[in-house]
Design a binder for this molecule. Structure first.
Ligand SMILES: Cc1ncc(COP(=O)(O)O)c(C=O)c1O
Length: 329
Protein backbone atom coordinates (compact mmCIF):
# COMPACT_ATOMS: atom_id res chain seq x y z
CA UNK A 1 0.00 0.00 0.00
CA UNK A 2 1.24 3.51 0.78
CA UNK A 3 0.59 4.28 -2.90
CA UNK A 4 -2.37 6.59 -2.30
CA UNK A 5 -5.02 4.03 -3.33
CA UNK A 6 -6.84 4.14 0.00
CA UNK A 7 -6.75 7.93 -0.05
CA UNK A 8 -8.24 7.96 -3.56
CA UNK A 9 -10.94 5.60 -2.34
CA UNK A 10 -11.69 7.64 0.78
CA UNK A 11 -12.05 10.85 -1.20
CA UNK A 12 -14.02 9.28 -4.10
CA UNK A 13 -17.23 11.18 -4.63
CA UNK A 14 -20.35 9.36 -3.46
CA UNK A 15 -23.90 10.03 -2.34
CA UNK A 16 -24.13 9.23 1.38
CA UNK A 17 -27.12 6.90 1.61
CA UNK A 18 -25.82 4.29 4.06
CA UNK A 19 -25.64 4.24 7.85
CA UNK A 20 -22.01 3.17 8.32
CA UNK A 21 -20.18 1.35 9.74
CA UNK A 22 -22.53 -1.60 9.95
CA UNK A 23 -22.09 -3.75 13.04
CA UNK A 24 -19.91 -6.83 13.30
CA UNK A 25 -21.70 -9.04 15.82
CA UNK A 26 -20.68 -12.32 17.45
CA UNK A 27 -23.09 -15.26 17.02
CA UNK A 28 -22.37 -17.20 20.24
CA UNK A 29 -25.48 -19.34 20.39
CA UNK A 30 -25.22 -20.41 16.77
CA UNK A 31 -21.50 -21.09 17.25
CA UNK A 32 -22.27 -23.29 20.26
CA UNK A 33 -24.94 -25.22 18.39
CA UNK A 34 -22.57 -25.81 15.44
CA UNK A 35 -19.46 -26.58 17.48
CA UNK A 36 -17.70 -23.55 15.95
CA UNK A 37 -15.65 -21.30 18.21
CA UNK A 38 -15.41 -17.95 16.48
CA UNK A 39 -18.50 -17.03 14.44
CA UNK A 40 -19.56 -13.50 13.45
CA UNK A 41 -22.09 -11.68 11.31
CA UNK A 42 -21.39 -8.40 9.46
CA UNK A 43 -24.77 -6.66 9.44
CA UNK A 44 -25.01 -5.07 5.99
CA UNK A 45 -28.72 -5.77 6.30
CA UNK A 46 -28.52 -2.61 8.45
CA UNK A 47 -27.15 -0.13 5.91
CA UNK A 48 -30.44 1.58 6.67
CA UNK A 49 -31.65 3.41 3.61
CA UNK A 50 -34.88 2.00 2.13
CA UNK A 51 -34.62 -1.07 4.42
CA UNK A 52 -30.91 -1.50 3.76
CA UNK A 53 -28.86 -4.33 2.32
CA UNK A 54 -25.77 -4.50 0.10
CA UNK A 55 -27.14 -2.41 -2.79
CA UNK A 56 -27.03 0.75 -0.70
CA UNK A 57 -23.21 0.77 -0.59
CA UNK A 58 -22.91 0.21 -4.35
CA UNK A 59 -25.46 2.87 -5.28
CA UNK A 60 -23.58 5.47 -3.24
CA UNK A 61 -20.94 5.33 -5.99
CA UNK A 62 -23.18 4.69 -9.00
CA UNK A 63 -25.32 7.70 -8.05
CA UNK A 64 -22.54 10.11 -7.06
CA UNK A 65 -23.59 13.75 -7.58
CA UNK A 66 -21.46 14.46 -10.67
CA UNK A 67 -22.88 11.37 -12.43
CA UNK A 68 -26.37 12.79 -11.90
CA UNK A 69 -25.58 16.18 -13.39
CA UNK A 70 -28.55 16.92 -15.69
CA UNK A 71 -30.06 13.46 -15.13
CA UNK A 72 -33.84 13.44 -14.69
CA UNK A 73 -34.63 9.74 -14.53
CA UNK A 74 -33.09 6.49 -13.24
CA UNK A 75 -33.61 3.27 -15.10
CA UNK A 76 -32.69 -0.22 -13.95
CA UNK A 77 -33.85 -3.83 -14.08
CA UNK A 78 -34.19 -6.94 -11.95
CA UNK A 79 -36.45 -9.75 -10.82
CA UNK A 80 -39.98 -9.19 -9.48
CA UNK A 81 -38.57 -9.13 -5.89
CA UNK A 82 -35.38 -7.22 -6.72
CA UNK A 83 -33.64 -5.58 -3.77
CA UNK A 84 -31.49 -3.57 -6.16
CA UNK A 85 -34.62 -2.14 -7.80
CA UNK A 86 -36.08 -1.31 -4.37
CA UNK A 87 -33.06 0.76 -3.36
CA UNK A 88 -32.72 2.40 -6.79
CA UNK A 89 -36.39 3.43 -6.74
CA UNK A 90 -35.99 4.84 -3.22
CA UNK A 91 -32.85 6.73 -4.28
CA UNK A 92 -34.74 8.26 -7.21
CA UNK A 93 -37.52 9.36 -4.86
CA UNK A 94 -35.00 10.85 -2.43
CA UNK A 95 -33.12 12.67 -5.19
CA UNK A 96 -36.28 13.96 -6.87
CA UNK A 97 -35.78 11.91 -10.04
CA UNK A 98 -38.16 9.79 -12.06
CA UNK A 99 -37.59 6.03 -12.05
CA UNK A 100 -38.46 3.16 -14.34
CA UNK A 101 -37.88 -0.47 -13.32
CA UNK A 102 -37.87 -3.22 -15.94
CA UNK A 103 -38.86 -6.33 -14.02
CA UNK A 104 -39.14 -9.90 -15.19
CA UNK A 105 -42.68 -11.16 -14.68
CA UNK A 106 -45.18 -12.27 -13.89
CA UNK A 107 -46.78 -9.01 -12.84
CA UNK A 108 -48.07 -9.56 -9.27
CA UNK A 109 -51.81 -9.14 -8.74
CA UNK A 110 -51.29 -8.06 -5.11
CA UNK A 111 -47.69 -6.79 -4.82
CA UNK A 112 -45.91 -7.78 -1.59
CA UNK A 113 -42.36 -7.47 -0.21
CA UNK A 114 -40.02 -5.67 -2.59
CA UNK A 115 -42.71 -5.56 -5.31
CA UNK A 116 -44.85 -3.49 -2.94
CA UNK A 117 -41.91 -1.18 -2.15
CA UNK A 118 -41.05 -0.65 -5.85
CA UNK A 119 -44.51 0.83 -6.26
CA UNK A 120 -44.50 2.65 -2.92
CA UNK A 121 -41.40 4.56 -4.09
CA UNK A 122 -43.44 5.53 -7.16
CA UNK A 123 -41.36 3.76 -9.80
CA UNK A 124 -42.91 3.09 -13.21
CA UNK A 125 -42.83 -0.69 -13.57
CA UNK A 126 -42.40 -2.28 -17.00
CA UNK A 127 -42.88 -6.04 -16.85
CA UNK A 128 -41.18 -8.40 -19.32
CA UNK A 129 -41.84 -12.13 -19.58
CA UNK A 130 -38.24 -13.32 -19.39
CA UNK A 131 -34.96 -12.32 -17.69
CA UNK A 132 -33.22 -12.18 -21.09
CA UNK A 133 -35.59 -9.43 -22.24
CA UNK A 134 -34.67 -7.05 -19.44
CA UNK A 135 -31.54 -5.40 -20.83
CA UNK A 136 -32.87 -4.84 -24.39
CA UNK A 137 -36.11 -3.46 -22.97
CA UNK A 138 -34.18 -1.15 -20.65
CA UNK A 139 -32.29 0.20 -23.67
CA UNK A 140 -35.55 0.72 -25.55
CA UNK A 141 -37.11 2.54 -22.57
CA UNK A 142 -33.99 4.72 -22.23
CA UNK A 143 -34.27 5.73 -25.87
CA UNK A 144 -37.99 6.50 -25.56
CA UNK A 145 -37.34 8.61 -22.44
CA UNK A 146 -34.57 10.52 -24.21
CA UNK A 147 -36.86 11.21 -27.16
CA UNK A 148 -39.45 12.55 -24.71
CA UNK A 149 -36.87 15.06 -23.44
CA UNK A 150 -35.76 13.18 -20.30
CA UNK A 151 -32.10 12.54 -19.39
CA UNK A 152 -32.10 8.91 -18.18
CA UNK A 153 -29.22 7.22 -16.37
CA UNK A 154 -29.14 3.45 -16.78
CA UNK A 155 -27.94 1.70 -13.63
CA UNK A 156 -26.63 -1.75 -14.66
CA UNK A 157 -28.30 -4.78 -13.06
CA UNK A 158 -27.23 -5.16 -9.43
CA UNK A 159 -25.02 -2.02 -9.70
CA UNK A 160 -22.26 -4.62 -10.16
CA UNK A 161 -19.76 -2.49 -12.05
CA UNK A 162 -16.20 -1.43 -11.32
CA UNK A 163 -17.64 1.79 -9.91
CA UNK A 164 -20.38 0.11 -7.83
CA UNK A 165 -17.90 -2.38 -6.37
CA UNK A 166 -15.98 0.50 -4.78
CA UNK A 167 -18.74 0.46 -2.15
CA UNK A 168 -17.47 -2.98 -1.13
CA UNK A 169 -13.82 -1.94 -1.29
CA UNK A 170 -14.80 0.56 1.41
CA UNK A 171 -16.65 -2.25 3.21
CA UNK A 172 -13.44 -4.33 3.18
CA UNK A 173 -11.57 -1.47 4.88
CA UNK A 174 -14.37 -1.20 7.45
CA UNK A 175 -14.49 -4.96 8.09
CA UNK A 176 -10.72 -5.31 8.49
CA UNK A 177 -10.70 -2.49 11.06
CA UNK A 178 -13.47 -4.26 12.99
CA UNK A 179 -11.76 -7.64 12.79
CA UNK A 180 -8.44 -6.20 13.97
CA UNK A 181 -10.20 -4.57 16.94
CA UNK A 182 -11.42 -7.99 18.18
CA UNK A 183 -7.93 -8.96 19.28
CA UNK A 184 -5.06 -11.11 18.02
CA UNK A 185 -5.44 -12.06 14.36
CA UNK A 186 -6.28 -15.76 13.83
CA UNK A 187 -4.35 -17.61 11.09
CA UNK A 188 -7.38 -17.41 8.82
CA UNK A 189 -10.64 -15.48 8.64
CA UNK A 190 -13.24 -16.90 6.25
CA UNK A 191 -15.97 -14.53 5.01
CA UNK A 192 -19.12 -15.97 3.41
CA UNK A 193 -20.65 -13.67 0.78
CA UNK A 194 -24.09 -14.15 -0.83
CA UNK A 195 -23.32 -13.82 -4.55
CA UNK A 196 -25.22 -13.28 -7.80
CA UNK A 197 -24.10 -10.37 -10.02
CA UNK A 198 -20.73 -10.44 -8.16
CA UNK A 199 -20.18 -6.74 -7.37
CA UNK A 200 -20.19 -7.34 -3.62
CA UNK A 201 -17.61 -10.12 -3.76
CA UNK A 202 -15.51 -8.26 -6.35
CA UNK A 203 -15.30 -5.20 -4.11
CA UNK A 204 -14.28 -7.31 -1.12
CA UNK A 205 -11.68 -9.15 -3.21
CA UNK A 206 -10.22 -5.91 -4.49
CA UNK A 207 -10.30 -4.42 -0.99
CA UNK A 208 -8.52 -7.35 0.66
CA UNK A 209 -5.94 -7.33 -2.14
CA UNK A 210 -5.28 -3.58 -1.76
CA UNK A 211 -5.07 -3.99 2.02
CA UNK A 212 -2.65 -6.91 1.66
CA UNK A 213 -4.77 -9.33 3.68
CA UNK A 214 -4.31 -12.86 2.29
CA UNK A 215 -5.36 -14.14 5.74
CA UNK A 216 -8.95 -13.18 4.82
CA UNK A 217 -10.44 -15.86 2.56
CA UNK A 218 -13.66 -15.04 0.72
CA UNK A 219 -16.27 -17.63 -0.21
CA UNK A 220 -19.01 -16.54 -2.61
CA UNK A 221 -22.14 -18.64 -2.31
CA UNK A 222 -24.16 -18.64 -5.50
CA UNK A 223 -27.84 -17.74 -5.68
CA UNK A 224 -28.07 -18.84 -9.29
CA UNK A 225 -25.04 -19.17 -11.61
CA UNK A 226 -22.34 -21.87 -11.68
CA UNK A 227 -19.02 -21.22 -9.90
CA UNK A 228 -16.89 -20.72 -13.05
CA UNK A 229 -19.20 -17.95 -14.31
CA UNK A 230 -19.09 -16.24 -10.93
CA UNK A 231 -15.29 -16.42 -10.82
CA UNK A 232 -14.94 -14.79 -14.25
CA UNK A 233 -17.43 -12.02 -13.45
CA UNK A 234 -15.91 -11.35 -10.02
CA UNK A 235 -12.39 -10.96 -11.41
CA UNK A 236 -13.58 -8.73 -14.26
CA UNK A 237 -15.48 -6.37 -11.96
CA UNK A 238 -12.58 -6.28 -9.48
CA UNK A 239 -10.15 -5.44 -12.32
CA UNK A 240 -12.49 -2.65 -13.49
CA UNK A 241 -12.57 -1.29 -9.95
CA UNK A 242 -8.78 -1.51 -9.68
CA UNK A 243 -8.42 0.47 -12.92
CA UNK A 244 -10.67 3.24 -11.56
CA UNK A 245 -8.53 3.45 -8.42
CA UNK A 246 -5.35 3.30 -10.52
CA UNK A 247 -4.23 0.35 -8.37
CA UNK A 248 -1.77 -1.86 -10.20
CA UNK A 249 -1.23 -4.71 -7.73
CA UNK A 250 -2.27 -8.35 -8.19
CA UNK A 251 -5.67 -9.54 -7.03
CA UNK A 252 -5.53 -12.25 -4.36
CA UNK A 253 -7.61 -14.45 -6.64
CA UNK A 254 -6.44 -17.61 -4.82
CA UNK A 255 -8.19 -16.31 -1.72
CA UNK A 256 -11.62 -16.40 -3.28
CA UNK A 257 -13.62 -19.61 -3.66
CA UNK A 258 -17.15 -20.35 -4.74
CA UNK A 259 -19.89 -22.64 -3.48
CA UNK A 260 -22.63 -23.40 -6.02
CA UNK A 261 -24.17 -26.38 -4.25
CA UNK A 262 -27.10 -24.45 -2.76
CA UNK A 263 -28.88 -23.23 -5.90
CA UNK A 264 -31.32 -26.17 -5.85
CA UNK A 265 -34.14 -25.72 -8.36
CA UNK A 266 -32.95 -22.21 -9.20
CA UNK A 267 -32.96 -18.53 -8.37
CA UNK A 268 -35.37 -17.68 -5.58
CA UNK A 269 -36.59 -21.26 -5.08
CA UNK A 270 -36.10 -22.37 -1.47
CA UNK A 271 -34.43 -25.68 -0.63
CA UNK A 272 -34.69 -27.77 2.57
CA UNK A 273 -31.21 -26.50 3.55
CA UNK A 274 -32.07 -22.83 2.95
CA UNK A 275 -35.27 -23.13 4.98
CA UNK A 276 -33.29 -24.77 7.78
CA UNK A 277 -30.79 -21.87 7.67
CA UNK A 278 -33.62 -19.31 7.95
CA UNK A 279 -34.95 -21.16 11.01
CA UNK A 280 -31.51 -21.50 12.63
CA UNK A 281 -30.59 -17.81 12.21
CA UNK A 282 -34.01 -16.75 13.52
CA UNK A 283 -34.10 -19.13 16.45
CA UNK A 284 -30.52 -18.89 17.64
CA UNK A 285 -29.66 -15.24 16.92
CA UNK A 286 -32.91 -13.36 16.15
CA UNK A 287 -31.66 -12.62 12.62
CA UNK A 288 -33.89 -12.47 9.54
CA UNK A 289 -32.52 -14.00 6.32
CA UNK A 290 -34.05 -13.62 2.86
CA UNK A 291 -34.98 -16.69 0.82
CA UNK A 292 -33.12 -15.79 -2.40
CA UNK A 293 -29.59 -14.83 -1.33
CA UNK A 294 -28.74 -14.92 2.37
CA UNK A 295 -30.60 -18.15 3.21
CA UNK A 296 -28.73 -20.03 0.50
CA UNK A 297 -25.44 -18.43 1.49
CA UNK A 298 -26.06 -19.37 5.12
CA UNK A 299 -26.84 -22.93 4.01
CA UNK A 300 -23.51 -22.91 2.15
CA UNK A 301 -21.73 -21.72 5.28
CA UNK A 302 -23.39 -24.41 7.42
CA UNK A 303 -22.42 -27.09 4.90
CA UNK A 304 -18.82 -25.78 4.85
CA UNK A 305 -18.59 -25.66 8.65
CA UNK A 306 -19.63 -29.31 8.90
CA UNK A 307 -17.12 -30.42 6.23
CA UNK A 308 -13.37 -31.00 5.96
CA UNK A 309 -12.39 -27.48 4.85
CA UNK A 310 -13.12 -25.83 8.21
CA UNK A 311 -10.29 -25.66 10.76
CA UNK A 312 -10.93 -25.26 14.51
CA UNK A 313 -8.89 -22.03 14.65
CA UNK A 314 -10.81 -20.32 11.81
CA UNK A 315 -12.65 -17.10 12.45
CA UNK A 316 -15.83 -17.24 10.33
CA UNK A 317 -17.85 -14.19 9.26
CA UNK A 318 -21.21 -14.25 7.51
CA UNK A 319 -21.84 -11.11 5.45
CA UNK A 320 -25.55 -10.44 5.90
CA UNK A 321 -26.43 -8.61 2.70
CA UNK A 322 -30.06 -7.96 3.67
CA UNK A 323 -33.02 -8.63 1.40
CA UNK A 324 -35.49 -9.36 4.18
CA UNK A 325 -38.49 -7.78 2.35
CA UNK A 326 -38.27 -10.90 0.14
CA UNK A 327 -39.10 -13.10 3.13
CA UNK A 328 -42.34 -11.17 3.58
CA UNK A 329 -43.40 -11.47 -0.09
C1 LIG B 1 -29.88 -9.42 -0.45
C2 LIG B 1 -28.86 -9.66 -1.50
N1 LIG B 1 -27.77 -10.36 -1.18
C3 LIG B 1 -26.81 -10.62 -2.08
C4 LIG B 1 -26.92 -10.20 -3.39
C5 LIG B 1 -25.84 -10.55 -4.35
O1 LIG B 1 -24.96 -9.47 -4.49
P1 LIG B 1 -24.18 -9.29 -5.86
O2 LIG B 1 -25.22 -9.12 -6.92
O3 LIG B 1 -23.31 -8.13 -5.64
O4 LIG B 1 -23.42 -10.56 -6.08
C6 LIG B 1 -28.04 -9.47 -3.78
C7 LIG B 1 -28.17 -9.02 -5.18
O5 LIG B 1 -29.14 -8.90 -5.77
C8 LIG B 1 -29.03 -9.18 -2.81
O6 LIG B 1 -30.13 -8.47 -3.13
Amino acid sequence: MGDGTLERLASWEREEFAALPTRLLPMPRMAASLGASDLWVKMDAETGFALGGNKVRKLEFELAPSRLDGVTHLLTAGGPQSNHCRVTAAAAARLGLGCTLVLSGPEPVHPTGNALLHRLFNADVVTVADRAERTPRMEAVAEALAQAGERPLVVPIGASTGLGCLGYVRAAVELVEQLDAIGPRPPRTVVFVPTSSCGTLAGLLLGMSILGRPDVALIGVSADAPADELMAATKQIARDGARLLAWEGDLFADDVAFVDTQVGDGYGVSTPASLEAIALFGQSEGLVLDPTYTAKAAAGMLEWLSGDHAKPEDRVVFLHTGGHPGLLA
